[in-house]
Write a protein that binds this ligand. Structure first.
Ligand code: SF4
Ligand code: SF4
Length: 354
């Protein structure tokens, strides 16, 4: 079902969302400094002063994974006689303006933390089920975006409660779930007509065309993605760009799909009391694969670098039937070594047996 929201009623819409829980929105702001001005896009909580809110055309700098996997949180306290029940449901959190790439990242992480037949992570489940997802179409693309060469679209196709498409005169709201339907009923909105649906399709086509144009030179490498990743450890030829990696871990931190973590214990405030925390880890750190006794199966720097590609595009794909990358391009924008994943694939393609 598609309905229309007058653009001047966005305040009204956010007020309804605030009735469901805390609202965190994609936000755009012009930042001024003595070096000039820059447009920044980030995620911030909306409580008030939102009458002039608008949804940015492209994804934010921040990813949204910390809503399901915070950077650090307590998972246990011991010794303890009693079992601490973390509860079934948490306070609702509404994510507003989330783009298709970030929506897809939830679908990918769900495979590991929710859909594994051997173990469902209760912390993840609770946070994930507390989310209300109000996504939005991309109205443009950044130079680093490459969702299209991975088979994704710059607009959400599933997994949202409501998806918002900005048209000239209205916001078109696509309803994707019961809760989405309930939210829209609070606003008494009119059905969208053929004219608005045509306008939506035309907007989508333009962004897709732009993405195809900007990624054309890389598309042949993405055709052989699996073979490149599978053969990554057979040869170093073509992987020279990896030598610029300084193992900072920025790529995995900013990645909406990288979920690797480690556990560590700290002494609590009381005597004989200890707390266990879960924190993000990175396969780009040397200690990540080190085992007791000092053995490290990925000792060399280039093996650590290649592992990220191998895991995302081969091992994960073989197990779950989907790549562990949404093509958001954040790792490209934030790499200290200036490494572009698309160029790495293009280089590695040379050494691949097809
Ligand atoms: S690997 Fe890079 S492009 Fe892919 S999802 Fe992670 S940050 Fe985005
Ligand atoms: S962001 Fe770049 S330099 Fe840092 S670990 Fe990742 S690939 Fe290496």
């Amino acid at each position: 079902m598609e309905v229309l929201l007058d653009k001047n009623r966005i305040k009204n819409f956010i007020e309804v969302l605030l009735g469901y829980g805390r609202v965190f929105a994609s936000w755009e702001k012009e930042i001024f400094s003595n070096r000039g001005s820059k447009t920044r896009r980030f995620v911030r909580e909306i409580k008030d002063n939102f009458s002039d809110y608008y949804i940015p055309k492209v994804r934010t700098f921040d990813n949204f994974k910390s809503f399901v996997l915070p950077g650090r949180f307590k998972v246990a306290e011991y010794p303890s006689e009693k079992w601490i029940d973390i509860g079934e449901k948490g306070e609702k959190e509404v994510l507003l303006g989330i783009k298709a790439c970030d929506l897809n990242s939830f679908y990918m992480i769900d495979k590991v933390f929710l859909e594994d037949s051997l173990f469902v992570d209760p912390f993840y489940k609770k946070r994930r089920e507390s989310l209300i997802l109000i996504s939005s179409d991309c109205g443009d693309s950044l130079d680093s975006c490459f969702c299209n060469v991975l088979g994704f679209s710059p607009y959400p196709e599933k997994g949202f409660d409501i998806n918002i498409v900005e048209l000239k005169e209205f916001y078109l709201l696509e309803i994707g779930s019961k809760i989405g339907e309930e939210i829209s009923k609070n606003l008494s909105l009119n059905q969208a007509g053929k004219k608005e649906l045509r306008e939506r399709d035309e907007k989508r086509r333009k962004v897709k065309d732009k993405l195809e144009k900007q990624n054309r030179e890389f598309s042949k490498a993405f055709f052989y993605l699996e073979s490149i990743a599978e053969q990554a450890f057979d040869s170093d030829s073509g992987w020279e760009l990896g030598s610029a990696c300084v193992s900072c871990g920025a790529c995995t931190n900013v990645c909406p799909v990288c979920y690797c973590f480690t556990l560590f214990d700290r002494k609590g405030e009381k005597e004989n009391n200890y707390k266990r925390f879960m924190v993000w880890d990175s396969c780009q750190f040397k200690g990540f694969s080190q085992m007791a006794g000092g053995l490290n199966p990925r000792f060399s720097h280039i093996d650590q670098f290649k592992n990220r590609y191998y895991h995302k595009f081969f091992r994960f794909y073989k197990k779950f039937g989907v790549y562990k990358c949404t093509g958001c391009g954040r790792c490209i924008d934030n790499c200290l070594g200036g490494i572009d994943m698309r160029e790495v694939f293009l280089g590695a393609l040379e050494g691949v047996k097809r």
